[in-house]
Design a protein around this ligand. Structure first.
Ligand code: PLP
Ligand code: COI
Length: 342
């Protein structure tokens, strides 16, 4: 990546090769201490279980600069814990919290020049990854594992930024099974979402929102974010389900909405028929941040929310402004969610 010619305001959400990444290796029951490497290509066995049987999981985090140029992570321990839950479910060795934090901080520090300056709406995306490697053929856990953390500067996940997107309420495909791995950050959930996303895009939608895989009546999440809906009277509802990812951004929204803004927040099953009562809707996640949802298409009908789907509503805007300010240290960190990279 060419730093001198980077226009931070125009960054997209794409991979860029930065100089360093962190690698740690698990073998014979233990992790090594890990190290920074410069090579962005891997050399692994053709029979590695991550390639055949999807034995892998990942995380998504961001590092951002405050006004004074310092670099901050947002709630990184939550990612470390979720990474451990994903690993357990997929029969992989957990990355100890200390090793996870060391990998993340070393990768960010070594690439500090690539953390976008304050004020451009850009950030350094951090991708921790755990893969099962080594020789293997039958369906069984891998003999060795690689923990990788690479980073790249990014702009908004949806190219229009903080502008309403349109979702297709998916009625044909599921992204996860009722008791499957929808609640862990496993690559298979994302490959399952590629085909429905392609069809939705051909139909003119930006993203897909899935319904629960058992009854197909209740909202789940999109392919890359959780969702929340706003009803009259500043009541926010967000889906409760054991087949969606437990979004750290959603947890943040829930706490900020309740404790800072005094809103009512319900974490519950949300029936698709409630859609006609939504006054605002939003997608939330590390990459998506908070993205307003302007409209949703369900069984051939389009449901529009605030300002006919053309603008973000006031609740979504207020949450976005507060949380993005909090992440760069512009408002007081009451909850102790920021961790500096020094
Ligand atoms: N749901 C899915 C499927 C995701 O990929 C993500 C992104 O990480 C999220 C939800 C949001 O989670 P978080 O807010 O922890 O980034
Ligand atoms: C994130 O928000 O960090 C994600 O992992 C979403 C992604 C699939 C781009």
């Amino acid at each position: 990546m060419d730093l001198k010619n980077t226009n931070w305001a125009e960054l997209d959400f794409s991979y860029k090769n930065t100089p360093y990444r962190f690698h740690a290796h698990w073998k014979d029951g233990k992790w090594d201490e890990g190290r920074l490497v410069t090579e962005n290509k891997l050399s692994i066995d053709e029979s590695a279980p991550c390639l055949h049987y999807g034995q892998q999981c990942f995380e998504g985090m961001k590092a951002q600069r405050s006004k004074d140029g310092r670099i901050w992570l947002f709630r990184p321990i939550e990612n470390a814990k979720r990474f451990q839950q994903s690993a357990r479910r997929l029969m992989m060795p957990e990355v100890p919290i200390e090793l996870f934090m060391k990998g993340v901080k070393e990768a960010v520090k070594a690439n500090a020049d690539y953390v976008p300056p304050y004020g451009y709406g850009a950030s350094l995306y951090i991708r921790p990854l755990l893969i099962g490697i080594g020789e293997n053929l039958g369906v069984r856990p891998a003999p060795e594992y690689l923990f990788i953390v690479f980073v790249c500067p990014v702009g908004p996940y949806f190219k229009q930024g903080f502008k309403p997107i349109s979702l297709k309420v998916e009625t044909e495909y599921d992204r996860a099974a009722p008791n499957g791995i929808g609640n862990v950050k496993a690559g298979g959930n994302y490959s399952a979402s590629l085909w429905p996303l392609k069809i939705a895009r051909e139909e003119g939608f930006d993203e897909v929102v899935y319904l629960d895989p058992k009854e197909h009546k209740y909202f789940e999440e999109t392919g890359a974010s959780n969702v929340f809906f706003v009803f009259e009277g500043n009541v926010i509802a967000t889906p409760k389900s054991n087949s969606i990812l437990n979004s750290i951004t959603r947890g943040t929204i829930v706490q900020v909405a309740r404790e800072e803004f005094g809103y009512t927040v319900e974490e519950r099953r949300i029936h698709v028929d409630e859609m006609s009562k939504f006054v605002e809707a939003g997608a939330c996640g590390t990459a998506a941040v908070i993205t307003p949802i302007g409209s949703m298409g369900y069984k051939g009908k389009i449901y529009k929310f605030y300002a006919d789907g053309k603008e973000a509503g006031p609740v979504t805007r207020k949450l976005y402004d507060y949380i993005t300010a909090l992440q760069v240290g512009d408002v007081e960190d009451k909850w102790g969610w920021l961790e500096e990279v020094t």
